[in-house]
Design a protein around this ligand. Structure first.
Ligand code: ZN
Length: 401
């Protein structure tokens, strides 16, 4: 057993290794000199930490390619994105995706198949595992898999268009582990939470610790980050903002209530107002294009939905008091098309203390946000204790048998 002072020094070293690795993971190749100033550690400490990370195969160190004026150049520390990776999976409303995401947040490989209507999240485990096995066949022998995560949209619709909530705690990750019978394990999380996390870590809200990420898909849900931490609620089902009642005289909702926010701002609301068939997801883009081209019916449909969008955001902003609201999924384009209407509704409603500092942003990472966010969850253990995960992680391709 190590003595207490020894253990504490080891703990500090572990934290510092994590800090260096996290910095290059988020910011890309960084010189030792910059790491020294950014992390507030001295030069020799940074040199020793970088050497340890190089020895464990997590980063490389090279002389900078650009010429400097004088003196010895500071070595540049880069994450080994091609070697160190996480498995990032998503169970979306209508498709299943699996990606290998390298350290540094780069998508190295991506596979997808359609998710048939009515397929439960647990039934999706088999097809997802097939995608993972297919991908792993192409992995180099010295690659290092450090973890996996699966993002799942926890609301699905049954054949009668009623809303069902599927479990995202424990069971799904365990089912994937059992199916793949290798690797360092899977964590599972809500799709909107994970996409919001990605925008918080690498996207349009990087560095913003209080934010609401609104995701439009078949329904509307939110990833809410407060003080830099995801608010997940009991068993991960927080953020069901689509079922916030905004119009008691509105339409019935699949959840059994009436006038829920998603009946006013969802894809189907836009299609309905534009005289299109609800459920025709491909037509959403057509309506937005027609509105941009000046079609009057389409323009009025966008404005009506944008007004309700602003109405709900105003309420959320008064409750959470975020620095930013980010619109993702299909809400991204709806927000972009109707931003003036959203802003004007918002300007008329919330308290000045809630809105004076508020930024409204379209999501930056697009459909990849979910996979990038899932990889961030999977990288957590590595970044907390870089050398240990390197040892415990599964090295090389997953056995396809
Ligand atoms: Zn509802």
């Amino acid at each position: 057993m190590p003595s207490v002072p020894g253990a504490s020094q080891e703990e500090i070293r572990r934290q510092n290794l994590g800090a260096v690795l996290r910095y290059v993971h988020l910011h890309g190749p960084t010189s030792r000199a910059e790491l020294t100033s950014r992390l507030g550690l001295n030069r020799s400490t940074i040199g020793a930490l970088a050497a340890d990370l190089v020895a464990s195969g997590l980063v490389t160190e090279e002389a900078p390619t650009t010429a400097r004026r004088a003196g010895r150049p500071s070595l540049v520390v880069s994450p080994r994105s091609d070697r160190v990776y996480a498995q990032a999976l998503s169970i979306d409303a209508d498709r299943l995706r699996a990606a290998r995401v390298g350290l540094g947040g780069r998508i190295l490989d991506l596979r997808e198949v359609a998710r048939p209507v009515g397929m439960s999240a647990v039934d999706a485990v088999g097809p997802l595992a097939d995608l993972v096995r297919d991908m792993e066949r192409c992995v180099a022998a010295d690659a290092l898999l450090v973890g996996g995560a699966v993002a799942v949209t926890d609301t699905t619709r049954d054949a009668d268009d009623r809303i069902r909530i599927v479990g995202i705690d424990g069971t799904l990750g365990a089912a994937l582990e059992a199916e793949l019978s290798a690797g360092p394990g899977f964590v599972a999380g809500d799709l909107a939470d994970i996409a919001g996390l990605a925008e918080h870590v690498r996207g349009v809200a990087a560095g913003v610790d209080d934010l609401i990420y609104l995701h439009g898909g078949l329904g509307i849900s939110a990833g809410i980050i407060v003080g830099g931490r995801l608010m997940i609620g009991h068993r991960g089902h927080s953020g069901k903002v689509g079922h916030m009642v905004v119009n008691p005289n509105g339409l019935p909702c699949g959840c059994g209530s009436r006038g829920c926010w998603e009946t006013e701002i969802g894809e189907n609301a836009l299609l309905r107002h534009a005289g299109r068939d609800p459920g025709d997801r491909a037509a959403v883009a057509e309506v937005l294009r027609a509105a941009a081209d000046g079609d009057r019916t389409a323009r009025e449909a966008v404005e009506r939905v944008a007004d309700w969008l602003g109405f709900g955001v105003a309420n959320l902003v008064n409750v959470v008091n975020p620095d930013a609201v980010v619109f993702g999924g299909s809400l991204r384009d709806i927000f972009t098309a109707g931003a003036d209407t959203v802003r004007s509704r918002l300007g008329a409603m919330p308290l000045p203390v809630s809105r004076e500092h508020l930024r409204l942003e379209a999501a930056a990472l697009g459909p990849d946000a979910v996979l990038i966010g899932a990889a961030e969850l999977a990288f957590d253990k590595l970044l907390a204790d870089p050398l240990n995960v390197g040892v415990a992680g599964h090295v090389g391709p997953v056995d396809p048998a």
